[in-house]
Write a protein that binds this ligand. Structure first.
Ligand code: ZN
Ligand code: ZN
Ligand code: FE
Length: 754
């Protein structure tokens, strides 16, 4: 296969290209390496294991002066390079000054802060040219100290000397600072009254954490709520105060060894956890894990990550055990970023505040990734990644602004051959979230210094983002179908050539369809120019509409009613009373408040409830996650029959057989697995039907349902086995966080053809 690596950092003028050339030749790999406006781009072809090895060695054995800020890679289909060459740098495209993401503290800075003889011993804002905050401190470009929130701090003579000395590691390091001249930390009580500062504040904070207190800690892109992850009572208290009943909370560990004690890690997971981006990685807990049950209740997975700023490193080094580090917000609101905001909104949640006097210019949440099919699949693309662009296989004629979806919102700006995606904004449910959303649009346009020529939104008339587009851009607004945007984002990040047609599976919870119904189990034949809805799930009703999202037993009942009619009443498979049953039947029969949908996400929810895994949920995708985790415990290869006829995928026969199994008393795990196997078989079958008719072999898998590891891995593997070329997400999330990328691409093509 082909491995594409996009590197940013100090990789030009340090002998990086000759080094890559030597390494590739030595390992027998063909391809090329070239400088770009922002770093180095290279592609090599060979066996997967050799390529895995290549990534490790390219980082480990790089020239002494080279510094890698980000190394983004993707495995793609091979194109058949004949030799390895150093290509001339492409001069096309403006040399846009790239804004780098915030970079985790480097080894050298960490050794400075742990060395009692160094002048930065225990200084929490230590950084250098190779690490430190970027995106969250920049007001405007160019990236000079006077344009950052460090302008308040005048460098002392010692720092000034480092800043001006070309041979120094801190030569032109814009946030350069020390204990004498730089920002400092301060501990405040729950009323915001200062308690103590500097090293005393650190000591005191750690001793409070040991006693079970909850502390709001100001980091680079916002506040975290931090507390002892092994103290059941503390974790319960945090959950109660935060109004977050069951949603898993991320855990920051002192080092990789302590993660391995609590969770099973494979090579790719370990690499992701230790990468410079320092994302939260979703991993599987060990049965022997000592984390409090309340960290991720009834959930075998946990989000693990390592400290990334000197302050986090110092807290974890002193505390020596895992800490919960969850975004400091009340559910569904953006993370708190400054003192006033934090002290106000978090009073009643945090017992103390560990704050500092360097302003956070823009919020940036932690990123989340999951490993599937040995690849890194983003779940939330934010700190460490934003605002790095995605390179697209064409050029934008006019700047495009994409307004994103409603849930897991991001926005995007397309210019030249790049799409710049914003940090994670979240669900646009509250006035605070809407404010952050509008702020982010203005901010990204200003940073990139562009005025949009085309503006794109979703087709959903009720989305805040759609209404924003209508209000501000009226006639300029292009509306693009939700699932088509999912498929376009997957095609784009995989570099699908402009004239190719592909098969796209877009499986998610809900998106507005071109027929005004709610779609979500869609098979499209798509190119950048347009799409055809080739197949879709058999439409079914959701009694109570949005209520069915929180109460999967409603969907389950609708499925039973679809399969058995009035007889569904006598099955007694769901915890529903007589009255409720009558009420649902009445709604379904008369079409009262029961929107029609083809949603795959809701089908997963409904099946989870039928099997008895989750009848009511408190966070998004909770039932589907329960279904996946049950399925992981079974290795049956059996599946249910799924009938495909006249562009329709009939799932009611599946429900029929599933009920037989339920009554026969088969274990839940086996039923869950059989259902997963059924969907994989269906993906394969439908792909085959389309290939026979059209000859198309490329298959894109997108939409939030494809965060399911079994579904993604098994579809990917079996499609490959049958000679298809499957495309999956490795750069933007398969969920709605990736929608803005697809929208930007659609905007460009629709403008061209009009
Ligand atoms: Zn450093
Ligand atoms: Zn100084
Ligand atoms: Fe979606």
């Amino acid at each position: 296969m082909r491995l594409k690596i996009d590197i940013t950092g100090l990789v030009q003028g340090v002998g990086f290209r000759p080094f890559v050339h030597r390494l590739a030749e030595e390992m027998g790999l063909k391809g090329y390496v070239a400088n770009t406006a922002s770093g180095v781009l290279l592609e090599v072809e060979g066996a997967k294991e050799t390529l895995d090895d290549f990534i490790v060695r390219a980082d480990k054995e790089k020239p002494a002066l080279a510094r890698i800020y980000s190394l983004r890679h993707a495995f793609l289909e091979e194109t058949g390079f004949q030799k390895f060459e150093i290509r001339e740098s492409s001069a096309e495209g403006e040399k846009r000054a790239l804004i780098l993401p915030d970079i985790s503290a480097c080894e050298e800075c960490l050794s400075d802060i742990t060395n009692p003889r160094d002048r930065r011993f225990l200084y929490p804002f230590t950084n250098c040219t190779n690490c430190g905050p970027r995106f969250t401190i920049i007001h405007t470009l160019p990236y000079d100290r006077k344009n950052t929130s460090m302008k308040e701090f005048r460098m002392c003579p010692e720092c000034e000397r480092e800043y001006n000395l070309p041979s120094d590691r801190r030569f032109h390091a814009q946030p350069n600072a020390c204990d004498v001249c730089g920002p400092k930390i301060r501990l405040h009580d729950c009323d915001g009254k200062p308690v103590c500062e500097k090293e005393e504040a650190l000591e005191k904070a750690v001793s409070l954490l040991r006693k079970g207190y909850i502390i709001a800690v100001k980091g680079v892109g916002g506040y975290h709520l931090i507390c002892d992850a092994e103290n059941d009572e503390t974790v319960c208290r945090l959950r109660k105060r935060k109004g977050r009943e069951e949603k898993p909370m991320a855990v920051m560990f002192p080092n990789i060894g302590s993660i391995k004690k609590e969770a099973y890690l494979n090579v790719a997971e370990e690499r992701a956890i230790c990468s410079v981006e320092r994302p939260i990685v979703i991993v599987r807990k060990k049965e022997s894990a000592t984390l409090a049950k309340g960290v991720s209740p009834d959930n075998s997975a946990v989000g693990a990550f390592l400290p990334y700023t000197p302050l986090h490193h110092m807290i974890l080094k002193k505390f020596r055990r895992p800490l919960i580090a969850t975004s400091a917000n009340i559910t569904d609101e953006p993370v708190a970023k400054d003192e006033e905001d934090a002290f106000g909104r978090l009073s009643g949640i945090a017992d103390y505040f560990l704050s500092h006097n360097r302003a956070i210019v823009r919020r940036c949440d932690d990123s989340v990734v999951r490993i599937a099919a040995e690849r890194q699949v983003p779940v939330r693309r934010s700190r460490g990644f934003a605002p790095l662009p995605v390179t697209v296989p064409f050029g934008f004629k006019k700047p495009v602004l994409a307004l994103g979806p409603y849930m897991n919102s991001t926005i995007a700006v397309g210019i030249d051959d790049k799409v710049f995606l914003s940090q994670h904004i979240g669900d646009l449910d509250t006035p605070l979230a809407a404010g952050f959303y509008e702020e982010t649009i203005a901010d990204l346009l200003r940073l990139l210094d562009v005025k949009p020529g085309i503006v794109v939104s979703d087709m959903h008339p009720g989305y805040y983002s759609t209404k924003y587009g209508e209000r501000h851009y009226g006639d300029m607004l292009v509306k693009v179908q939700h699932h088509y945007s999912h498929i376009l984002s997957c095609m784009t990040e995989n570099g699908t050539p402009p004239d190719n047609e592909i098969i796209g599976f877009a499986f998610d919870g809900a998106g507005f369809g071109t027929d005004n119904t709610v779609w979500g189990g869609e098979v499209l034949i798509a190119s950048y120019r347009g799409f055809k809805r080739a197949y879709h799930l058999q439409p079914y009703k959701l009694p109570g509409g949005d209520k069915a999202v929180k109460e999967p037993c409603r969907t389950a009942f609708s499925l039973l009613y679809g399969a058995f009619g009035e007889k569904a009443r006598e099955l007694n498979l769901l915890p529903l009373g007589r009255q409720e049953t009558d009420f649902f039947i009445n709604m379904l029969k008369n079409g009262v408040n029961s929107p029609v949908t083809t949603s795959m996400g809701r089908l997963f929810d409904g099946v989870a409830s039928l099997i008895g895994l989750a009848h009511k949920v408190s966070y998004h995708a909770q039932a589907a996650i329960a279904l996946e985790q049950a399925a992981l415990k079974s290795d049956t290869a059996d599946s249910y029959p799924c009938i495909v006829k006249n562009n329709m995928i009939y799932h009611l026969p599946v429900i029929d057989r599933l009920v037989d199994d339920l009554r026969a008393g088969l274990p839940k795990e086996e039923l869950a697995r059989k259902f997963h196997n059924t969907i994989v078989a269906m993906v394969l079958h439908v792909s085959g039907l389309i290939r026979d008719e059209t000859g198309i072999k490329t298959v894109a898998l997108s939409g939030g349902v494809f965060q399911n590891v079994i579904l993604l891995e098994e579809s990917f593997r079996s499609l490959k086995e049958r000679g298809f070329a499957p495309l999956i997400h490795q750069t933007v999330p398969p969920n709605d966080g990736g929608i803005s990328l697809g929208q930007a691409v659609a905007g460009h093509y629709q403008f061209q053809s009009s």
